[in-house]
Write a protein that binds this ligand. Sequence first.
Ligand code: GRF
Length: 218
Amino acid sequence: MSAKGRVAVFISGRGSNMVALVEAAKAPDFPADVVLVLSNRPDAAGLAYARQQGIATVAFDHKLYSDRESFEHALQHTLESKNIEFVCLAGFMRLLTPWFVGQWRNRMINIHPALQPLYKGLHTHERALADGVKIHGCTVHFVVPEMDAGPIIAQAAVPVLDDDTPDSLGARVLAQEHLIYPMALNWLASSRLSIDGARVSLSGADPREAALIAPALS
Ligand code: GRF
């Protein structure tokens, strides 16, 4: 069996998606290992979990750098020194420059708590509720210079319920994030994804029809 892909996960806070990736990667047949957790915030809660797991952690406080370029060169140097092959952004709250994105073209993925191309940016659950949509969800995509855009690898949809608050809807979406992010990393690290413009195809996919209808038909 070939060596596992070496993954760095970038976080800025809680890190629950990072935890989902680390836990999934413990499976013997998972094609990638999380070998580094990197944060732009030294106080990111997720760093403690990573340390407990024996994973290398590093914090680059962006406020200590004079500009984005010097911050990103520090990141890049660390990634190269650790022979990282794939980067997973998981609640990483810094915009990355086209230079950095270019270094990781087709090797850096992100999770966003909305069904792209809807609701880029922050407060996605509030905005979905304000619009009255019946279906909301999350997206894993390749990172491109434009924020919360890029070829879509996987999406999960959830129903919006009448009594939802941003928190309850966010929790329903987050549960799906924790499922689709490891799945997408698995596909990426096992070279099953091919990109054609905005479209990503998965080799060996089992085509089946699935529909989420909300409210459910009675
Ligand atoms: C998640 O909702 C993710 O989709 C978004 O930021 C949040 C991070 O949560 N990009 P966590 O730190 O992974 O718990």
